[in-house]
Design a protein around this ligand. Structure first.
Ligand SMILES: C[S@@+](CC[C@H](N)C(=O)[O-])C[C@H]1O[C@@H](n2cnc3c(N)ncnc32)[C@H](O)[C@@H]1O
Length: 286
């Protein structure tokens, strides 16, 4: 689910949208449709199938492979009530609702897909942390543009919307306080030879080089290589199958069936080309 399908859709999307649509507006802020291709790309679906994805009951509302790894990573970050978290993109809220529940932190989350955002707010309510969590429909860039600084920024299973990881860190760190943390959970290329298949991804050494480019400290780094893919694909496929069973229309069912096919197709390419990592940077601004 995460990154799968990138193989097919990256080419379509980047051919059609070579320039980022930052700031395009209908007078009320960024239009969701403007950057829907980014959602389609990171989720590995066609744009027409995106809305059906919000019907998928992802395990723990996590749309990423690191669900079992996050708790250990968060434990050492000094999280306490009143600390603030920015979750972009928040998806269905699984990661940050866990933080609100476990540590009492306050969460702002943004995602382009309204159905995901609704699920995130419902998840917070069902975990009795709704008063701590506010999930909004919005573009990542618009959220960063608000200029608020947080104690922790979550960047989990994100779209690759900037040209490389250096630009990504440069943009994200602006919204983290001095001494605060940037948690990155993403994938890297095993070798440059896979760049043709995954043009938006970099090797681990390129990615790690970007982490220290602005003087920040790398306080945790975990390289899982391919260890998390199998469980991720198994649980995602089960969740999609459950959504197919409960589909409310033929159109929705067909969208979900296409997504299931995409998952099956992308699995071997992901395992062959992409390793998974988690890193925590402590941001240094002085
Ligand atoms: C693989 S999911 C990860 C969600 C969440 N971070 C998690 O770990 O469960 C990727 C998310 O990125 C969102 N997304 C993609 N492009 C976006 C953008 N430009 N602004 C906001 N959200 C975006 C998608 O809608 C999707 O929810």
């Amino acid at each position: 689910m995460l990154f799968p399908g990138v193989v097919k859709h990256t080419k379509d999307a980047s051919d059609r949208f070579p320039v980022l649509l930052i700031g395009k507006s209908n007078g009320r802020g960024l239009l969701m449709e403007d950057n829907l291709h980014e959602v389609a790309k990171v989720m590995g679906v066609n744009e027409r199938d995106v809305s059906a994805l919000s019907k998928i009951p992802f395990e723990g509302n996590m749309m990423n492979p690191w669900g079992d790894e996050f708790p250990g990573v968060f434990r050492t970050l000094g999280l306490t009530p009143h600390k603030t978290v920015l979750d972009i993109p928040c998806g269905q809220g699984g990661v940050s609702v866990h933080l609100a529940r476990e540590y009492g932190v306050t969460v702002d989350g943004y995602d382009l897909v309204r159905g995901f955002v609704e699920k995130a707010n419902e998840h917070a309510a069902s975990c009795r942390v709704r008063e701590l969590c506010e999930y909004h429909v919005g573009d990542i860039r618009a959220a960063l543009g608000k200029g608020k600084e947080y104690d922790l920024l979550l960047w989990s299973a994100p779209p690759h919307i900037w040209e490389n990881y250096k630009r990504t860190i440069e943009n994200l760190r602006r919204c983290v306080k001095h001494g605060g943390y940037l948690v990155i959970a993403d994938a890297y290329l095993y070798s440059d030879e896979h760049k043709a298949t995954y043009p938006d991804y970099e090797t681990l050494s390129e990615t790690v080089e970007a982490f220290t480019e602005f003087g920040d400290r790398v306080v945790q780094r975990h390289d899982y290589r391919d260890a998390l893919w199998a469980k991720n694909y198994r649980t995602d496929k089960e969740a999609v199958e459950a959504a197919i069973e409960n589909a409310e229309s033929l159109e929705e069912r067909e969208s979900l069936m296409r997504y299931l096919e995409e998952l099956t197709e992308s699995e071997s390419a992901d395992i062959e080309c992409l390793g998974l990592y988690l890193a925590v940077l402590q941001i240094q601004k002085m």
